[in-house]
Design a binder for this molecule. Structure first.
Ligand code: TPP
Ligand code: MG
Length: 395
């Protein structure tokens, strides 16, 4: 029932139904609010729909493997995305190669779809990288670094989108670089992902102001998984989050975040509008964090079992599987093959990660500035002396 997944009990009566195509059991039963987005699904092929299912299963399997690796002491930390795969896959598949993604830290499905791949994610959480992957490498699909400073990525995405806009203006021969009216087509958009708790950060709000002033081609995707560690969304906002965005002058809607069809359809339209001069958009995806916040968290200390159980009933993978089966697009053999391939992919990451070399500690000083800097050199020397102090006879 739509009421049950409303973002805020304080306002459940007044809001339109979240946009969805699948009901909670995965039957094709679009909400009235979905009608105007239905055309976005027309070009999606059967093979693409099957691919989305593979994306979700592969991500969940890898994710579960990483939780095990952390428990075995092989990863420093893991941030599960279980339950949020539907929204992530739908939006990632809606984007074009030239779009840029500015994630938080839980967007594993998107990282894989864009080409960053699971091994690079696991390597970061094993402490084998100084911050992530090489964003300038085209193989990494314009998927920018995971950002643990809540809301910073909203600024990065908005700044990037302003750059995309100004580049387009320059290409069109315009010298007017002032904030402006909608209308400049940019060909590419920027997207940023963050959670319900992050909407309380100044950075996230300031980003919306700049996005609206410049009419920048940015799409904000808020995965409202109902919790910011142990703080429920009701405490963060007395109004549904998408309504805040409307107040900033953005196009904004609320979708069923466990329905990849809704995420794709709305994402596709919002991104196209952003790229064609329609200005910024904001998608509030109602979802749920099935697992712990991170492997350092124990959600049983602050969440009710009944709430978890209710959301497990709306699992995005099960719903989508039911839809694909109803349409005759997949069968038992496909489901089994997908599970086996996902296991094999997770195992490959597991085998590889245990053998990846640690980077040279010295590397962390190498890319701070483009030229040598005395303070950095001082720190580099200090670290070298500190490391040397552990060598025999020098302690
Ligand atoms: C600026 C800042 N403040 C606090 C934290 C600590 N912190 C890490 S995750 C988190 C909760 C974020 O919740 P939400 O935005 O809902 O995202 P979710 O983890 O649920 O996906 C907090 C408070 C941080 N990383 N950065
Ligand atoms: Mg949250």
């Amino acid at each position: 029932m739509a009421e049950q997944i409303s973002a805020s009990p304080l306002h459940s009566g007044a809001d339109p139904e979240p946009i969805r195509f699948l009901d909670e059991d995965g039957r094709f039963a679009p909400s009235e609010t979905a009608a105007e987005y239905a055309a976005e699904l027309e070009g999606v092929t059967d093979d693409e729909l099957r691919q989305w299912y593979v994306d979700m299963v592969a991500t969940r399997t890898f994710d579960t493997e990483c939780t095990h690796l952390q428990r075995q002491g092989q990863l420093a930390l893991w941030v599960p995305s279980v339950g949020q795969e539907g929204c992530q896959v739908g939006i990632a598949r809606a984007a074009e190669p030239q779009d840029h993604f500015f994630p938080a830290y839980r967007e594993h499905a998107i990282a894989r779809i864009r080409g960053v791949g699971f091994l690079q994610l696991a390597a970061q959480f094993r402490g084998l990288t100084h911050g992530g992957w090489d964003v300038t490498d085209p193989a990494n699909g314009n998927f920018h670094l995971y950002t643990l400073v809540l809301g910073a990525q909203a600024q990065h995405a908005t700044g990037h989108a302003i750059g995309q806009l100004l580049d387009a203006k320059r290409r069109a021969g315009t010298t007017d670089m002032e904030p402006g009216e909608p209308g400049t087509a940019t060909d590419a958009a920027s997207l940023t992902f963050y959670g319900d708790g992050t909407t309380s950060q100044g950075d996230a709000n300031e980003a919306m102001i700049f996005a609206a002033s410049y009419q920048a081609p940015v799409v904000f995707v808020v995965q409202n998984n109902r919790w910011a560690i142990s703080v429920p969304v009701e405490r963060q906002s007395r109004t549904p989050l998408y309504r805040r965005a409307l107040g900033f002058g953005l196009r904004a809607v609320q979708i069923d975040g466990n329905d990849p069809l809704a995420a794709y359809a709305v994402g596709r339209r919002y991104l196209r509008e952003a790229r064609t001069g329609g200005g910024p958009g904001y998608i509030e995806a109602l979802t749920y964090r099935i697992g712990a916040h991170t492997t350092s968290d124990d959600p049983t200390r602050y969440r009710e079992d009944a709430e978890l159980a209710a959301w497990q009933q709306r699992d995005p993978i099960e719903r989508f599987e039911r839809y694909l089966r109803d349409r005759g697009l997949i069968d038992d053999a496909f489901v089994e093959r997908t599970a086996a391939e996902a296991d094999a992919e997770a195992k490959r990451v597991r085998d590889a990660i245990l053998n990846l070399p640690a980077p040279d500690a010295d590397d962390m000083f190498a890319h701070v500035y483009s030229e040598p800097h005395p303070r950095i050199e001082e720190q580099r020397d200090w670290l070298a002396r500190y490391e040397a102090s552990f060598e025999e006879g020098t302690a």
